[in-house]
Design a protein around this ligand. Structure first.
Ligand SMILES: Nc1ncnc2c1ncn2[C@@H]1O[C@H](COP(=O)(O)OP(=O)(O)O)[C@@H](O)[C@H]1O
Ligand SMILES: [Mg+2]
Length: 394
């Protein structure tokens, strides 16, 4: 049989939610979170909200926070904000409660007797057969701190992560927030890290002041995950392939780092596709150039398309109207291309800034937030919207 040349495994992780081999540009957030765990109840970063566009690394940051918490021997419950998430958190907490009640009995000889296994449901038990999230968490903290005291150890806390935060689940988020606020007030060892795209999170933060039941969200530490400086991208690309003994020519590394625009998903995509064109132990500039085209196509499928799907038709028309320009677009040009007045265009400008799809640049100009959005829209214009406004071509 002919011998098959050994192939190195591609080290890049161009998959949503998957922690990359080398995390670029997030040290400060991790240090802050770590300090908050050390500092004890009441430290601000213990309740954090991560926002940013798709593919910027929100889920990965939550995963990293979970690792920090585990390094402190904390419990971790990881959930997504879909219907019923409070019940799922409660069930997970209930299992943790059972775990801590069982394990120490086996580990410790001469302990002062078994822990109280039954769950105190207090007033609710009379009316409902299932305990509430709040009563399970109260019980968990009570038993854990009794255990910590018995073992003479640092307090073991609980981190809850909640991904894909969305205002559509306002009621459950309110319920969750009320429970967390109660635990924080009682000085329990709790931390919560939540994440969502700006368009889904901002309406939660903007709820009416007087009646706003999600105060805890507004007081939370805001982490705006953004683009990673290109120098750090360069280091991350180099370190990632070094793990499998592959290096880059200088020119190749510069070209690859540049092509990512500092956008985390693109770090993985460019890296992955450049790596596929590897010759021997090195990635050269041609490997990168060919890889970039593939990476961009993938980015379109995985990020641009779903991001645009979150928006209204007029939002998409606005963005398509911008794609005529090679750089930042002038608001008056956008309004003219859409055939609308400046106030109308201004409303959509604001919406799109809130959704972090565009950002203001020089006075009267806006530019795309996501790298390669312009190229994507040029090849996939928002056709239904264009029929309505017929600005294309000028
Ligand atoms: N800091 C980072 N450095 C390098 N790659 C990252 C970083 N953060 C995320 N990634 C990569 O980007 C992609 C998207 O990350 P993800 O956390 O799913 O984004 P989000 O949740 O914001 O949509 C994944 O392939 C992940 O491996
Ligand atoms: Mg995510």
């Amino acid at each position: 049989m002919p011998s098959i040349p050994a192939r190195r495994r591609n080290p890049f992780t161009a998959t949503v939610g998957k922690t990359p081999p080398v995390l670029a540009g997030r040290d400060a957030f991790l240090r802050d979170f770590d300090s908050a765990i050390w500092d004890g109840p009441g430290s601000h970063e213990r309740i954090s909200i991560v926002t940013g566009p798709r593919g910027v690394g929100k889920t990965v940051l939550l995963n990293e926070f979970e690792s920090v918490a585990r390094a402190h021997a904390w419990h971790v419950i990881s959930e997504t904000t879909t219907a019923g998430f409070n019940d799922r958190i409660r069930d997970r907490a209930y299992r943790l409660l059972q775990d801590i009640s069982e394990k120490p009995k086996r580990r410790i000889t001469g302990a002062t007797g078994p822990l109280n296994l039954g769950i105190t449901t207090e007033a609710t038990s009379t009316f409902s057969p299932t305990p509430s999230l709040r009563s399970v968490l109260d019980e968990l903290f009570e038993q854990q701190s009794a255990l910590d005291a018995r073992l003479g150890q640092e307090p073991v806390g609980l981190l809850i992560t909640l991904d894909e935060l969305h205002y559509a689940h306002m009621d459950e988020i309110v319920e969750f927030g009320t429970t967390i606020q109660h635990l924080v007030r009682e000085d329990h060892e709790i931390a919560v890290a939540m994440a969502g795209i700006p368009g889904a999170v901002k309406p939660l933060l903007a709820a009416d002041e007087g009646r706003n039941p999600v105060t805890f969200l507004r007081r939370a530490n805001r982490i705006e995950t953004g683009m990673v400086p290109v120098g750090e991208v360069r280091d991350a690309l180099e370190q990632t392939t070094a793990q499998v003994g592959v290096s880059w020519s200088n020119e190749a590394l510069d070209a690859a780092a540049d092509a990512t625009g500092g956008y985390p998903f693109m770090i993985q995509l460019v890296g992955q596709h450049a790596f596929r064109n590897l010759s021997g132990d090195t990635i050269d500039v041609d490997a990168v150039k060919n890889g970039i085209a593939d990476a961009r196509r993938k980015l379109g499928q995985l990020v641009h398309e779903p991001s645009l799907a979150d928006l209204s038709e007029v939002d998409r028309t606005f963005l398509t109207a911008m794609s005529v320009d090679d750089g930042p677009s002038r608001m008056s040009d956008i309004a003219r291309r859409m055939g609308v007045d400046s106030q109308y265009a201004g409303n959509y400008r604001k919406r799109l800034i809130d959704a972090e799809m565009i950002r203001p640049t020089a006075h009267g100009y806006v530019d795309y937030e996501l790298p390669y959005m312009r190229e994507y829209l040029r090849s996939h214009p928002a056709t239904e919207a264009m029929e309505q406004f017929s600005f294309w071509p000028e």
